[in-house]
Write a protein that binds this ligand. Sequence first.
Ligand code: CTP
Ligand code: CA
Length: 228
Amino acid sequence: LARGVTAPDLAGRHVVVSAGGTREPLDPVRYLGNRSSGKQGYALAKAAAARGARVTLVEANTGIPDPAGVDVVHVGTAVQLREAVLKAAADADAVVMAAAVADFRPAAYAPGKIKKTDDGGAPTIELVRNPDILAELAADRALPGQVVVGFAAETDDVLANGRAKLRRKGCDLLVVNEVGERKTFGSEENEAVVLASDGAETPVPYGPKEALAETVWDLVLPRLRSTI
Ligand code: CTP
Ligand code: CA
């Protein structure tokens, strides 16, 4: 192949990527959210499409235009993201959970705007746990040999936390990055280590999210089921 031409090594494959950050509504004007930009998920989706895959991108609150050649499903909350990802994963060869899924949502949605009271007090907001989509995907694979990939942003002992999370989630690959000043949130660049359930650890040097996306697919490729 000529330089700059991508090998269609994902041709005949269906891959699912989640991107962005879920928003958990509290009342008609407020939500609990997070800082995920969605850029890494979009880079993964575009890279897979360029490598010949059929791509379903489940997107939460990014505001990024739909990439050409990618089927995009727009969702808002963690519960909606779970529904859309599980549906798309039914016939997928690989699922990559790049979305930042809210761990908790308000226990109740207030149909009217929550107002201040005259006593100067503040409400206590009760939260409940959201489903762990990645753990569910890994535990109940829709197809034998489906490859399941997670992302984790960690602080402190990043690698030890990542290794423990990989085991806990039961996924095949976990892309671990350190949360820091110029890294991760909203940034164009990323630095990571990709941990595999077989013990392989692949460092990815600081660079564009597109480069990390290619490395993720390079690592998914040999783990894909052989039957198409
Ligand atoms: N994830 C998910 N469902 C959730 C939370 C997280 O599918 N309810 C996925 C994310 O998309 C990501 C991976 O799990 O791919 C790791 O997310 P992270 O927030 O690091 O994991 P948690 O288990 O929520 O751990 P922590 O308590 O550190 O937030
Ligand atoms: Ca979390």
